[in-house]
Design a protein around this ligand. Structure first.
Ligand code: DUT
Ligand code: MG
Length: 154
């Protein structure tokens, strides 16, 4: 499988998303497809407040892929709305409703309405390696145990 190869995702709309379009890519080579809030009434997030926003979508992804739920930068920049668990992880075997864990980092209450494009979903390959406990020491490396700024700032 190479970058650009097509895989298929199946979405199932729940009743509260019946009138909404499926997620879609807003430009030819967009990495993420925008996903919409599926709400029976508008939901207000006060500053600092978080909530799960339903999308009204269940999905089936190809094994070997995940879906990541990420913020939209415009909402983050203008209103301070991001995803608390970004990137949210949708497992390929998850068949529940996809939800967006939104948080308001802004100064003003933010109203989410039915159909608003609240987040974006990026499909990415995942690998499940075999897991094994190292018998003795780990292989040596140049970095060794240095981390958290050990290489400096310039
Ligand atoms: O932003 C998100 C993150 C997760 N999920 C769903 C799909 C995912 O497959 C499932 C579990 O997510 P995760 O593994 O991140 O959560 P957990 O706290 O480990 O729950 P679980 O014990 O169910 O794995 O929840 C969402 O709908 N939106
Ligand atoms: Mg989990």
């Amino acid at each position: 499988m190479n970058a650009g190869d097509k895989i298929k995702i199946y979405f199932k709309k729940l009743d509260h998303a019946g009138d909404l379009p499926l997620p879609s890519y807003e430009s030819d080579e967009a990495a993420g497809m925008d996903i919409r809030a599926a709400l029976t009434e508008p939901k207000t997030l006060k500053p600092g407040e978080r909530d799960l926003i339903p999308t009204g979508l269940q999905m089936a992804l190809t094994h070997g892929y995940e879906a990541q739920i990420r913020p939209r930068s415009g909402l983050a920049y203008k209103q301070g709305i991001t995803m608390l668990n970004s990137p949210g992880t949708i497992d390929s075997d998850y068949r529940g409703e996809v939800k967006v864990l939104a948080i308001n980092h802004g100064d003003e209450p933010f109203v989410i309405k039915h159909g608003d494009r609240i987040a974006q979903m990026v499909i990415a390959p995942v690998y499940q390696p075999e897991i094994e406990e190292a018998a003795e020491t780990l292989p040596e490396s140049n970095r060794g145990e240095g981390g958290f700024g050990s290489t400096g700032v310039k």
